[in-house]
Design a protein around this ligand. Structure first.
Ligand code: SF4
Ligand code: SF4
Length: 242
């Protein structure tokens, strides 16, 4: 525990019964990160080899160990009921950005979801890069984060245009792509948010827990590592044997 640079190894209390008190376990929510990709310190100081000594090539599945692949601690699973882009229409790609393996074990898929449904955005006047609406429907600057887009729901201009800023009744748009024709008074406009929803690829995930540590959802994280698919116990697979 003391040699782990990120303090991901923590003492168990009663998780394994009275006999298991102080057994080292991985806790990805405590400490400063997950199990570091290029670290093999714990196996080298363990006096009983309860944590087996491995070399870096074996841990990373390189050289003579390339056919077996990297050592996996488990697999990360996304909890779609808690993940911000999945459940709350809120942009987040923290887990994908922090996944340390190459290629990354987390991919994201783009979704443009309508926001402020129920509000009718009717054009009062427009030019190439601004649209003014009837009524004060917007909170000023709320749509200036770069995550918001607008779209004409009908006609040939069906592509998305990124919103660069807004007042209570006006959208400012980035210059490209341009409208094919300027929106006319009375037309309706959709406002959408771009979400990047994460998926875990179990072929590449090594269960390092960095994603779980970095996920901004407090309490029970929206991405969590379990022991399925771990290298240590080949019987601990995703599926029941058939
Ligand atoms: S870091 Fe957490 S909330 Fe953000 S996309 Fe990943 S799982 Fe979802
Ligand atoms: S647990 Fe898997 S998905 Fe999460 S950071 Fe590590 S390798 Fe990437």
């Amino acid at each position: 525990m003391r040699v782990c640079p990120t303090n991901v190894i923590q003492p168990a209390v009663f998780a394994a019964g009275v006999e298991g008190i102080w057994t080292p376990v991985l806790n990805f929510r405590i400490g400063s990160s997950g199990c570091q990709l290029n670290c093999i310190a714990c196996g080298h100081v363990c006096p009983t080899s309860a944590i087996r000594r491995v070399g870096l090539d074996e841990k990373l599945g390189r050289g003579a160990h390339a056919t077996r692949g990297p050592i996996r601690l488990g697999t990360a699973f996304v909890d779609r009921g808690r993940c911000l882009p999945w459940a709350m229409d809120t942009p987040c790609i923290v887990c994908q950005e922090n996944c340390p393996v190459s290629p990354k074990a987390i991919t994201v898929r783009d979704v443009h979801a309508p926001v402020m449904s129920g509000k009718k955005f009717r054009v009062r006047r427009a030019d190439a890069d601004t649209i003014e609406f009837d009524g004060d429907l917007l909170t000023p600057d709320r749509l200036a984060t770069g995550d918001y887009f607008c779209r004409r729901p009908i006609g040939s201009d069906i592509g998305f245009r990124r919103i660069s800023g807004n007042t209570s009744n006006r959208l400012m748009l980035t210059t490209t792509p341009a409208w094919a024709t300027i929106p006319e008074a009375g037309e309706s406009i959709d406002i959408l948010i771009r979400l990047q929803q994460p998926y875990v690829d179990p072929q590449h995930c090594i269960g390092c827990g960095t994603c779980e540590h970095e996920c901004p959802v407090r309490g029970r994280r929206a991405i969590r590592v379990t022991a399925e698919n771990e290298t240590r116990n080949p019987a601990n697979t995703f599926f029941l044997p058939t």
